[in-house]
Design a protein. Structure first.
Length: 332
């Protein structure tokens, strides 16, 4: 997928460009800066001294030395001063200039730490929101694989309002009693009705089993690929718009489009439903073409349902929440 949040030490990442949270002066700082210098070797500091001072909000590149990267981009992010000194704009500039350097150097992948989230004192939710905003705008215009590398889920924070809202939605919907869940009932009062629906379904399936196998094969419904292309056309959208909005790699989209029988993973199918801004019923119908369902026995499904019912189709924000709750990310 074009954008991923990963748990790792950034010095162990394999990417064309690795971004360093650099000191404005050509010295070895703390945290990420120290780790990158240690892994890259002493020649990195020599190269950094040749660059000289770097202004806050700016970035410059050296070769990768001991890192598994073509280049190291040294971004100097701001210190938090209560939001009164253009800190957010300077932080945006760090990400934007780093990405432009990667483009200028022909990079196909780049790994970022969460800039300014450590000793610089930035509120972590603002750090995350700023990074995601820049990435989402960039990926609509460029093809590049962006990694946001954090040590753990507590390395960043969602906004308190969003986190509380999602938690409440999960608590209200997560894991019904097994006997009820098996029948698809939302409440105990619905069990009898659900049992009758279930029995009718079983009888219909038994009736169908007596049909000739050739006839059953002829009745196969449209595939996920066919349904996806139909929906894109019906909504008057372009293929690139949809796969970029879905956080899907162009090559994977091409494989899905050109192979009627290709069956993507659930996260990929759901990503397309989000990109197409389908409602919950339409989402169930689309992912059902690939054999998947949305249920209340899965936190992943409930989080997706929360965003769809809220009519929030920002896939990057959805992935922030999925990552915070330890769920697979949308895309492919």
């Amino acid at each position: 997928m074009p954008f991923e949040i990963v748990r790792n030490d950034i010095t162990n990442m394999k990417a064309d460009a690795i971004v360093n949270a650099a000191n404005p002066r050509p010295i070895i700082g703390y945290g990420v800066d120290s780790g990158i210098h240690k892994k890259a070797g002493s020649k990195l500091l020599e190269a950094r001294k040749k660059i000289g001072d770097i202004e806050f909000g700016d970035a410059a590149a050296t070769e990768g030395f001991g890192l598994d990267a073509k280049i190291i981009i040294h971004a100097v992010s701001p210190v938090w001063q209560g939001g009164r000194a253009n800190e957010i704009q300077l932080l945006q500039s760090c990400y934007e200039k780093s990405l432009q350097i990667a483009v200028d150097n022909g990079c196909e992948s780049i790994a970022f730490p969460l800039l300014s989230a450590g000793n610089h004192g930035f509120p972590k939710d603002i750090c995350l929101e700023t990074a995601i905003g820049v990435f989402s705008r960039f990926l609509l215009r460029h093809d590049m694989h962006i990694y946001l590398v954090v040590f753990g889920r507590n390395a960043f924070e969602l906004s308190e309002k969003l986190m509380c809202s999602v938690k409440s939605y999960i608590d209200d919907n997560y894991i019904r009693e097994k006997s009820i869940e098996e029948y698809g009932a939302a409440d105990k009062r619905d069990v009898r009705e659900a049992e009758l629906v279930y029995l009718r379904r079983v009888m219909e399936q038994r009736s169908r089993s007596t049909k000739d196998i050739a006839q059953l094969v002829d009745e196969v419904d449209e595939s996920f690929s066919q349904a996806l292309i139909r929906l894109i056309d019906e909504k008057g959208l372009t293929d690139p718009y949809v796969y970029k909005k879905a956080n899907i790699d162009r090559k994977l989209f091409s494989k899905i489009k050109n192979n009627r029988d290709y069956r993507p993973g659930k996260a990929t199918c759901t990503a397309f439903a989000v990109a197409l801004e389908l409602d919950v019923k339409q989402t169930r119908e689309l992912i059902g073409k690939a054999g998947y369902a949305l249920t209340h026995s899965s936190k992943f499904d409930i989080i997706i349902e929360y965003f769809i019912t809220s009519e929030n189709y920002d896939i990057f924000e959805i992935n922030e929440v999925l990552f915070a709750f330890g769920q697979p990310l949308l895309g492919g």
